[in-house]
Unconditional design. Sequence first.
Length: 232
Amino acid sequence: MKFIRVNENEIRCVLTHEELVQFGIEIDDIVAKNMKTRRFFQALLEQAGKALGMTGPKQIRITSAQINVLEDKSISILFREEKKELPVELRREILNVMEEQLKLGGNDTEEAMSELRRLREELNAEEDDRDYSRESFLVQFDSIEDAVNYARECSFSGQVISRFYKDLRDDSYFLIVLRHVLTDEVFRRLRMTAEEFGRVPELSLAARAYFIENSECLIEENAFAELSALNS
């Protein structure tokens, strides 16, 4: 019997037909995926945990198993865990419960509470980034001509809160567009059209701040209107 840790989310188990029989399992049982199969999978994971130095068999919560019969008639089973990130709100609630349990058990040491504060700060930053991306976007242009053409393509009545910068590191340009009073439809159209003239990177607040710190602001207000008017 052989166990291979393919990556963080996958474990492959290879066993002979004789080893399969020792578990009291046949191929048909595996395909059926009944209670007998689940107990077999659990037993395999327990052995995999010991063989691969995992802290426990529950370290991987299996959501799928791919079975193949190899040329030498041995059986290959690939266990896979599909990890889905919990919503921020649920993770925040989990941290609150952890804090309560630490206090009730008298384990609310400075080190433990400091770690909880760090995790909460990460969640706050994640929420800030998520909200910021919904309320604004950044477009990178290789030339000022691309920015002008973009602004003209999106020309319409009404003011767009926007700022235009020159990146001093590579002489490229970028435009920051704020949603402000724009409708969802207009804001979405501006973002989609931007990809035809430049790049719309998904940046954190810290990354955007870095962009701005290393740039020169050429147009502070209503950059769309001023860019559209250039060379006209």
